[in-house]
Each structure stands twice: as structure tokens, then as C-alpha cells.
Design a protein around this ligand. Sequence first.
Ligand SMILES: [Zn+2]
Ligand SMILES: [Zn+2]
Length: 141
Amino acid sequence: MNNDRFEMMLEKRGIKPTAIRNLILKTMLDTDQTVSIPDLENKLISVDKSTIFRTITQFLSHNLVHCIDDGTGSLKYAVCREECDCSLADLHSHFYCESCNKTFCMRSLPVPVVDLPEGFTLHGVNYVMKGLCDKCSRTKR
Ligand SMILES: [Zn+2]
Ligand SMILES: [Zn+2]
């Protein structure tokens, strides 16, 4: 993967590419699961912590990444699919592995649609399943 790809992804979301933004986006795309801010700080020791925080906040507000509250107390972030605009129809489920403590995007599993009682308006869904991921299921058998 070259930098052009990251710059295109940033520009498509209206974010001006910089070396740091490219690096943070690349780091997030390199992992196969979601990352927390402390995860990013550990992976990017050379980058200032407040820069990481500001960059993620900016990515969030431009719908480049989405935020997952998996119930562990630390929020996780993952890069959105290209066509995602974080509307209700774009929401997918997440899976938290109780063995390796990783949280995965289940992009092929949209959040279940529920019928709310009258008078309630839905603005978001946080659907997190818990159990063992594929790797941990295999080693536990
Ligand atoms: Zn696991
Ligand atoms: Zn996700």
C-alpha cells in the first residue's frame, strides 16, 4: 500500500492529508481489529498523545472512522468502509472476544432492526456480542 491510497481516503472525507494523518490511518488499517487510543499510543510511540487524540476526533467527525463502546470501559475505533456514512442503515455489529480482549467489526452483520414503542426515536445502535473469536475458539477446543 502506498501513501496515495491513504491520501485519497482522507481527501474523500474532506480531510487534508498530512504525514501524521496518513500514518494513523495506515496503522488503523493494518490491524484486523478495532483499536483504542492507548493501543494507538503504544503502536505510535513517536507521535505525541494529544496529536493522536485530535486526529481520531477529526476522523470521527468526518465519518472516516466509527467508534465502538464494547462495554470494556475504553472506546474502540475502526476505519469505516468507503461507502459508509455512519447512518443507521450503515451500522454493523461488533464482537468482543473475552479471551484475547479484542473487538472486531462484523461488517457482514448489520445491527438487528427493532420496533420501538411509539414516541421513541432511534439515533444510534450499539450492538456488541461477546464470546470467543475464531482464533481463540480454535485454541480452546
Ligand atoms: Zn480472541
Ligand atoms: Zn465496526
